[in-house]
Design a protein around this ligand. Sequence first.
Ligand code: SF4
Length: 484
Amino acid sequence: MEPGGGSSRGMIRRVAEKAAVTPLTIGESCGVFGVFAPGEEAARLAYFGLFALQHRGQESAGIATSDGNAITVYKDLGLVAQVFDEGKLASLTGDMAIGHTRYSTTGSTVWANSQPTYRDLGDASIALSHNGNLTNTSVLGQQFDRSGASTDSELMTQALAEAIEAGASLPKAIATVAPEFEGAFTLAIMDRKTLVGIRDPMGFRPLCLGALGEGWVIASETAALDIIGAKFVREVSPGEMVVITSDGVESHFPFAAAQPQMCVFEFVYFARPDSRLYGEEIHSARRRMGERLAEQSHVDVDIVVPVPESGIPGAQGYAARAGIPYIDGLVKNRYIGRTFINPSQSMRDLGVRMKLNAMPGELGGRRVVLVDDSIVRGSTTRQLVQMVREAGATEIHLRILSPPYRWPCFYGMDTGDRSTLLAAGKEVADIAEYLAVDSLAYLELDGLLAATGAPADGFCTACLSGNYPTDVPMTADKFLLERS
Ligand code: SF4
């Protein structure tokens, strides 16, 4: 159905040039949501759920609904509030829905890569939302028909479609096909009558289960439950598949058991501070990271200043533990986000100034500890340091709430290849010199893991340690620097 128009099964609106035959893209870390809410307008619930997951992806947003007879999908490039309005939500009828917010590299910001994906299989049609990245797409591409697939998410949808066309129910198809997938995949999938949530066996990306009246909700983060008044039930376990129908929730474990490896950057950066993972509130964990960093790398300064927003709780923890005043010396231009209006070249040259502004009244004449969550490429941090210096800070001591980011991610965080990572192959002193800071200290890995409050062996730390929990294509362009 064209939203706002008549009703025909599974029609989706195309608003931009479909990509030609494109390579499978990687580099997505997204928000997924699903709701089964008898008697409710599921699209409206999904809209607000996606709103709470907007931080996980700003490239595109989409919702698929089912009224029991047909699936309707609407998706487009843009923020959730830009993509949907009352008319579009009203046309997405039914009491079951899945939704998606997508983060991607600039080069693959095309409508065709937005989600949910959809396959018209008649009465067995499916829609799918994915967070994560597969690491074996080339193998899967030989196993399944990849001709219509421009992303790993499309390829998974195709694999499921082939199993369903061979006669399997949706849960059976997932249980059969998903063990073929390797890497990171948290999925919300539905057909006309069944909603399924699943996490890969290592649980790289999160998923939680909530109850809403007579219905059920699945979401990347607990904040998406809170916004619609759903009650948190539990986290979906790594390797678990929850099947939600009018009969309730069934739990299945279709994979061989594996050691959980949640992405530690969910704690450092990705997740909202008010979300809970491994039973721990993220804000509290980030405060503890700052406390440990203060213990590990104390320096005599006048004020502690966060880089908004993910550096804020860590800076609060640092300041409290060090007994140094906490000052908001940088202000974020909150609504710059993804404007879709391209800045002029001269504006682009302003770099970080488009996003943050420094306050000379707070920073002038002071020795500053500047706290940020991480440094990946470093160019933004360098500009930021310069901006704080120009605002009058007499000393800048940079403190980072995670260890040096030295290795590329294959599981859903687009950080480019090794040659683009500032810390790859460099000593901390070299990095400090490049950033032009008076001192630089990173939180050590043990301290980071302890600060999460969760079991230390339950995390992927590959980008920080070089220890990958799965096979990864070591010949990939991402490893342009030699492993060292
Ligand atoms: S490599 Fe880093 S960013 Fe990627 S999943 Fe592992 S911890 Fe997260």
